[in-house]
Design a protein around this ligand. Structure first.
Ligand code: GLA
Length: 382
C-alpha cells in the first residue's frame, strides 16, 4: 500500500513527502458509553490509513484518495469546504487546528486505507487521526495527544454531522501493540491492559452491510440519553451524565420520560457496569465471564438500544450455537461487525458454520478479520 502511495505522490506532485499512519480500532466492551461519560475498552488494530504529505508553500490543499481514485483541492478558510465527503475529514481537521490557534499552511497529500469502510472499525477516525498527527508534526505545533483526538472528534461534529464520543479517535491516537485501553470518558483517565488471552482468538465477522441513516440514528440515541439525564437531574442535581446514574434513579423517572428513552438509558447504565465487570474478570483471567458480558451487551444493543440489525443478530446467534465464548455487535451498530472471543478449538467450526449459514441466508458471505492489537498514530518515515 505504501509503495502505491509513494508512486502516486511522485506522479502527481513530482517530489516526495513524509509518511504517517493511524489505525482503526476494535472495542472489547463499552458501546455507546463514551458520550455518556462512561468507560470504553478499545484497542488499535493493524489496519488503518496511511498518508504521504508535504507542505506546498501555498494556502491550498491538494488531496488524492487512492482507493477512490479521486482528487480535490480546497483552501483553509471556513467557506472553502470541499464537496467530497472524504475530503471533509481532512478539511475539518485543518479547520479545527486553525480554530485552536495552530498555524498551518497548504499541503499536498495522497492517502489510502485498509480499514474496511463501514465495518465499524472506524476508518473515519483513522483518517482524522492521521492528518491531526501529521499536521501537528510537520508544523511543530506541539498539540498534546488528547487534543489531537479531540480535533478528530470535533471534525465529526462540525464537518461530518456525527455527534460521536471520543472513543475512536482516542484509540487511534493512543493505541499500543498488545494492549487494550480502558478509558474513563468523564475524567479521561486511561489504563493499558495487556491482552493476549491464551487459548482464545479475537475475530471480527463483518456482515458487509451498512444501513442508511446510521449517523442520524446515532445522533438520536445520543439525544435520548441527554433527555433522560435532564429528567434525572430534576431529582438529583449532581448527575451530569448517564454514567453517574443508577438503575434506581432511572426507575424514579419512569413516568417522566418516553418508553423508548427509558430503554436506551437502561442499556447504557447496564453497559457502564459491564465494562468494569469485564476489567475485573480480565484481571482474574476469567474469559468465560468476559464472554458472558459480551453476549449481554449484544442483547442490550439489539433489544434496548436497537442499534443491531437482522444480519448482526444472525451472526450472534450462530456464535452462540457454535459455543463461542463471547460475541456482540461492535461499534455504533446498524451494520458492520460482530466481535467474537473464540476458544482455539472452536475457531474452525465457527468460521465454517458462519460462512455457510450466512451465505445461505443473505446470499453473500461475511468477511473475517483476525484481530492484531497494534500501535496508534505514528510517522513511518520522512
Ligand atoms: C461510534 C462512535 C463512538 C462510539 C461508538 C459506539 O464508533 O464514533 O464515539 O460512540 O460508535 O460505542
Amino acid at each position: 500500500m505504501e509503495q502505491k502511495i509513494n508512486a502516486k505522490f511522485e506522479a502527481l506532485y513530482h517530489t516526495r513527502g513524509s509518511v504517517y499512519a493511524s489505525p482503526g480500532r476494535i472495542n472489547l466492551i463499552g458501546e455507546h458509553t463514551d458520550y455518556n461519560g462512561g468507560f470504553v475498552f478499545p484497542g488499535a488494530v493493524d489496519k488503518g490509513i496511511i498518508a504521504e504529505i508535504r507542505p506546498n508553500g501555498t494556502d491550498r490543499v491538494r488531496a488524492h484518495a487512492l482507493d477512490l481514485d479521486e482528487s480535490t483541492e480546497f483552501g483553509l478558510r471556513e467557506e472553502d469546504a470541499p464537496k467530497e465527503s472524504w475530503a471533509r475529514y481532512i478539511f475539518g481537521v485543518c479547520r479545527e487546528i486553525i480554530k485552536r490557534g495552530g498555524k498551518i499552511g497548504g499541503f499536498d497529500t495522497v492517502f489510502a486505507g485498509n480499514v474496511p469502510l463501514g465495518a465499524g472499525m472506524s476508518s473515519s477516525a483513522a483518517l482524522e487521526s492521521t492528518f491531526a498527527f501529521a499536521l501537528n508534526d510537520l508544523w511543530k505545533l506541539d498539540i498534546d495527544k488528547f487534543e489531537l483526538a479531540k480535533i478528530g472528534q470535533a471534525t465529526e461534529h462540525n464537518y461530518c454531522g456525527v455527534m460521536c464520543g471520543i472513543m475512536d479517535q482516542f484509540a487511534s491516537v493512543f493505541g499500543k501493540a498488545g494492549s487494550l485501553i480502558r478509558l474513563d470518558c468523564r475524567s479521561m483517565e486511561y489504563k493499558y491492559f495487556p491482552f493476549n488471552p491464551k487459548g482464545y482468538k479475537l475475530v471480527l465477522l463483518d456482515s458487509v452491510v451498512k444501513h442508511e441513516l446510521a449517523s442520524s440514528a446515532y445522533n438520536k440515541r445520543r439525544e435520548s440519553c441527554e433527555r433522560v439525564v435532564k429528567a434525572i437531574r430534576k431529582h438529583h442535581a449532581e448527575i451530569e451524565f448517564l454514567r453517574d446514574a443508577s438503575m434506581e434513579m432511572l426507575r424514579e423517572v419512569k413516568d417522566e420520560v418516553s418508553a423508548e428513552d427509558y430503554m436506551r438509558a437502561e442499556y447504557v447504565i447496564g453497559e457502564v457496569q459491564r465494562v468494569l465487570d469485564v476489567c475485573e474478570a480480565l484481571e482474574r483471567g476469567d474469559y468465560e465471564t468476559v464472554g458472558e458480558k459480551m453476549y449481554e451487551t449484544h442483547h442490550g444493543m439489539s433489544k434496548l438500544y436497537e442499534v443491531s440489525c437482522e444480519e448482526l443478530d444472525f451472526l450472534n446467534d450462530i456464535a452462540r450455537k457454535c459455543g463461542v465464548t463471547g460475541s456482540r455487535v461492535m461499534g455504533g451498530g446498524f451494520g458492520g461487525c460482530t466481535i467474537n472471543l473464540v476458544k482455539d478449538e472452536r475457531y474452525d467450526n465457527f468460521v465454517k458454520t458462519a460462512f455457510e449459514e450466512y451465505k445461505a441466508r443473505f446470499g453473500h458471505e461475511p468477511r473475517l478479520y483476525n484481530v492484531v492489537i497494534s500501535d496508534g498514530s505514528r510517522k513511518l518515515h520522512d
